[in-house]
Design a binder for this molecule. Sequence first.
Ligand code: NI
Length: 136
Amino acid sequence: MNKTAIVRCEHFNAAHRLHNENWSDEKNREIFGKCNNPNFHGHNYDLEVKVIGVCDPETGYVIDTKILSDLIKRKVLDRFDHKNLNLDTEEFAHLNPTAENIAIVIYDLLKSELASHLDLKIKLYETARNYVEYPY
Ligand code: NI
């Protein structure tokens, strides 16, 4: 039976600073530019969570959207919304909070909670013009 994808769109705001703690301040400024601003800056992140699988013959669902939205709220939004990613979260205490890394962390947080027969793809918009996809 063919698989179907269902996508849940969510949103969160967060502050971050791109910084490699193994580099000098000068190298960090050179590589990350304004994104290395010591006093942080914010983004309005748009998150698309795509769950892929065969529809359950009894419900007609890949996954119940209420279950999916509750899961995203509990594992992602409660953790990151209105937070400073570098200072307020253990996930990015030592991991540079690029859009790429945020997408990977979100994938890992959600994947472990989904039934094993379901595939997961994350799309994360950092701006209207920049987004990342994981896995690719
Ligand atoms: Ni930024």
